[in-house]
Design a protein around this ligand. Structure first.
Ligand SMILES: O=P(O)(O)O[C@H]1O[C@H](CO)[C@@H](O)[C@H]1O
Ligand SMILES: [Mn+2]
Ligand SMILES: [Mn+2]
Length: 395
């Protein structure tokens, strides 16, 4: 559940949205409070309702992680539940996923400064050279939806790619699918990626969009060109043991396809959930399925849309119930997250938080405060495959 954090990170003060530290950020608790206070009424109403995950221990995990109550939660937990703390120095998606998969990030990421321009002139020149343009647009920190609204028309007129970054270690290029060309954008990002990876910039992200001025919208053809994980992850451990490994959604990109035997993509989270439901019924015994549901983060967290985030959580909870109903004895399901993205917070960036660890199928009890890497160790223990690195199984 991309960005579904539950507060309480002990190092939150070292992470920022603009000049405000992330101290006190709490994605789940603040959404629940906003719902209970009638501040999340668009397309939904009243207290946050997540009965399936709450009955497993989601509300208890929020309290454990942060001490915060979460109105609307409060079932007596029946599942495996706890909260996990990250040690990697980034609050980004690859750091969170790699650490959940057993591998904390051993290096410091590079970031672009919040200056205007944000990119060094040699890099700007290289992007223009690879794009075959006279220059680039953007060249600063920005929200992806705002920057295409502001510069999309100029992009179509000049043909120059829109380049921007964020508080994450990313170089993002937005370009119009028809006017610039989708294949051309993907080729540009692929060609640029090695240079940025050498600078320890974690990802070059292609952000294609379509439509006309005033109604530009991003398409599902986003593609991330990420640095490869620093060491073999849970996916590699499982694949190395001869197990089938299914990646759903962004997992393929995040792990540069390492250890992934089958990739399942879709236009949106609803389509991805269909893949998860199918695999819940059909995946081979002993296989591993690793899914990422990105819309909490990309559509609602970064956009600081509290109602939208609440709607997504409520819809996810309902489908989680359908998913759990398909599992069989001997299966293990774990719901967790890679970082926070508190939609009530300042700015538009991720928030440093602990994350819930909610399980079904085995070890149905409180597991307390655990490490991100313990998730991988536990899955490995469940699958009966050798684990590597610092994690310890909580099963
Ligand atoms: O505002 P958009 O383009 O969605 O960008 C967001 O997406 C990036 C990658 O997840 C993050 O670093 C954040 O900047
Ligand atoms: Mn993420
Ligand atoms: Mn994000």
């Amino acid at each position: 559940m991309d960005s579904v954090g539950c507060g309480g990170a002990p190092d939150a003060r070292a992470f920022f949205n603009g000049t405000r530290p992330d101290t006190g950020a709490n994605t789940l608790a603040h959404i629940a409070a906003a719902c209970a206070e009638g501040r999340a009424e668009e397309g939904r109403s009243g207290s946050l309702r997540m009965p399936v995950l709450d009955s497993l221990g989601l509300g208890a995990a929020v309290r454990l992680a942060s001490g915060a109550g979460a109105p609307g939660f409060g079932a007596d937990p029946q599942g495996l539940w706890g909260a996990a703390t990250e040690v990697s120095r980034g609050k980004d998606t690859p750091s969170g996923h790699w650490e959940l998969a057993g591998v904390p990030v051993p290096w410091e990421w590079s970031y672009f400064p919040e200056t205007d321009p944000a990119f060094p002139p040699e890099l700007t020149a290289e992007v223009a050279r690879l794009a075959g343009t006279e220059g680039i647009l953007g060249n600063r920190h920005a929200s992806g939806t705002e920057i295409i609204a502001r510069l999309g028309e100029e992009h179509i007129r000049t043909g120059w790619p829109i380049c921007y970054t964020s508080a994450d270690s990313v170089f993002q290029i937005a370009a119009h699918e028809q006017a610039f060309g989708l294949e051309r954008l993907l080729a540009l990002c692929a060609a640029l990626a090695p240079r940025l990876h050498a600078m320890k910039i974690g990802r070059v992200i292609a952000r294609p969009f379509t439509g006309a001025p005033g109604s530009f919208r991003r398409t599902a053809n986003r593609h991330d060109y990420a640095i490869a994980p620093p060491a073999p992850t849970l996916l590699d451990w499982a694949a190395g043991a001869g197990r089938q490994t299914h990646a759903i959604g962004k997992i393929g990109d995040i792990f540069s396809m390492r250890g992934v035997s089958d990739l399942h993509k879709g236009a949106d989270d609803a389509a991805l959930f269909e893949h998860l439901l199918t695999l819940a019924s059909d995946a081979a015994p002993g296989s591993l399925t690793f899914a990422n549901f990105v819309e909490f983060d990309s559509l609602y967290g970064h956009r600081r849309d509290v109602s939208g985030y609440a709607r997504a959580l409520e819809a996810f909870d309902a489908t989680a119930g359908r998913f759990l109903a398909r599992l069989r004895p001997g299966d293990l399901a774990i719901f967790t997250a890679d970082h926070g993205n508190d939609p009530t917070w300042t700015g538009t960036d991720h928030t440093r938080e602990r994350v819930p660890v909610i399980g079904w199928g085995r070890g149905l009890r409180p597991v307390g405060q655990v490490a991100f890497t313990d998730v991988a160790a536990s899955v490995a223990a469940h699958l009966g495959i050798p684990a590597q690195g610092p994690g310890r199984s909580f099963l």
